[in-house]
Design a protein around this ligand. Structure first.
Ligand code: KE4
Length: 421
């Protein structure tokens, strides 16, 4: 581990915390990060030659596993034609069209370069479309580092224990209203207290940034009804759930229609891609056909589009992969539940799994905060020692891929049992 350690010291000279995204620094588990040299299938290898079964999967994009031959080939072919044109290219139309085929509710999308950019743009469009300013979000949900969303956000913000980031102007967050996940009454109260002012409700249809917190029955349908009743838009942030829960994402999985959806991760297959989309009526308000300005030098980049198209095409052509993915998720979660002591509550939706180190069900941010993050850190360290690479933070998800096998998941459960001894 000396190579990673040495490089981490050097990295800290040039990169804040030695990383380009906070959660990677292993701060929450009190360890030093492994620098990864390569990845293949469900495994990653660090600079010191240690190989791990990977349940981070680059935080979601690697649904087919790392270095998938079809995705790799598509990228190599695209690269030979040039990296970026700053002009329309066929690949971006291919991806947009395929996304709209896979998600029936989607009529039009705009490509951007990250989930954060997708959220930022969707919020702007929602405000323009409704002429309203206020946004309802949920404690513990993470929507990227958009200023107005860094209020009681999940993921790295929650891990760092900073309820919201410094440097965010109060003028920006004054229009952000906070509700409690899985609590429709808290949403109703905000609507009642801000009549005619709420542009949109933005929600992770499965909250996967405070660990994995499923929507309670009726919660998402209830949000749909409240938005309809108050003339507000419903935004599903599907940066994690999009094309993971089903080809049609959470809208298909739960049978609830959102007005706008944000995407990231899987649609880039590991390359920097985000997108937002919805009805043609809404999306045609975006420049250049409408007054909502949004732009990006590398948006729709031909190489990134080639990667995303290759991965999405496999998911579109082989829907049976979802049954396999979800069965692996079930095996992992049920296996862990069987061995987990009373102090661990395992929660799962599809191929998203999270062992919470707390004894009761986690339905919202306050429940999640009861987790014993020190116990999680000890579990993380023991799993890493056994060659299993997990999210270095309690408030994240385990991501299963189609490159994991029944056997590998079984071995992971055995490693979990040993880690809890
Ligand atoms: P990016 O800007 O990181 O591409 O996407 C932001 C984002 C938006 N919405 C949801 C639901 C997300 O989960 C994310 C990003 N997810 C985290 C993992 N919890 C990214 C990992 C990181 O921050 O390093």
């Amino acid at each position: 581990m000396e190579h990673s350690q040495a490089l981490f010291e050097e990295a800290k000279q040039y990169l804040p915390g030695g990383v380009n995204s906070p959660v990677r620094a292993f701060g929450s588990v009190g360890m030093k990060p492994r620098f990864i040299r390569q990845a293949d299938g469900c495994r990653i290898t660090d600079l010191d030659g240690n190989t791990y079964v990977d349940y981070v999967g680059s935080w979601g994009p690697m649904i087919l596993g790392h270095n998938h031959p079809t995705v790799r080939q598509a990228v190599l072919e695209a690269v030979s034609g040039g990296l970026s044109f700053g002009a329309p290219c066929p690949a971006e139309v291919d991806v947009a069209k395929l996304m709209c085929q896979m998600v029936p509710e989607l009529q039009m999308v705009r490509m951007v370069n990250s989930g954060t950019e997708a959220v930022m743009s969707a919020l702007r469009l929602a405000r323009a479309a409704t002429g309203r300013h206020k946004i309802i979000k949920f404690e513990g949900c993470y929507h990227g580092h958009v200023d107005s969303m860094l209020v009681k956000a999940g993921s790295g913000v929650m891990t760092a224990g900073i309820p919201s980031s410094s440097g965010v102007s109060p003028a920006v967050t004054q229009d952000t209203l906070l509700a409690v996940y899985n609590d429709l009454e808290s949403v109703e109260a905000l609507f009642a207290g801000n009549k005619g002012e709420v542009a949109a409700v933005i929600v992770e249809p499965v909250a996967a940034n405070m660990g994995v917190v499923p929507p309670q029955p009726g919660f998402l349908h209830g949000l749909r009804a409240l938005c309809d009743a108050h003339g507000s838009l419903l935004i599903f942030d599907e940066v994690i759930t999009g094309f993971r829960l089903a080809r049609g994402g959470a809208q298909e999985y739960y049978g609830v229609r959102a007005d706008l959806v944000t995407y990231g991760k899987i649609i880039g297959a590991g390359m920097p891609v985000g997108a937002y989309g919805g009805s043609r009526k809404l999306m045609e308000q975006v420049a250049p056909c409408g007054p909502v300005y949004q732009a990006g030098t590398l948006s729709g980049n031909p190489v990134a589009m080639a990667a995303g198209y290759a991965q999405l095409s496999i998911l579109q052509e082989q829907p049976e992969l979802y049954a396999r993915l979800n069965a692996l998720g079930e095996k992992l979660a049920s296996g862990f539940s069987e061995i987990a002591p009373k102090k661990v509550t395992v929660q799962r939706v599809g191929s998203l799994v999270c062992p919470f180190f707390t004894k009761s069900e986690v339905k919202n941010y306050q429940d999640a905060l009861k987790s014993d993050t020190k116990a999680y850190a000890a579990y993380f360290a023991k799993m890493l020692e056994q060659g299993v690479y997990l999210a270095p933070a309690q408030f994240e998800a385990m991501f299963v891929s189609t490159a994991h096998t029944e056997e590998i998941v079984g071995e992971t459960v055995e490693a979990m049992a040993r880690s809890l001894l």
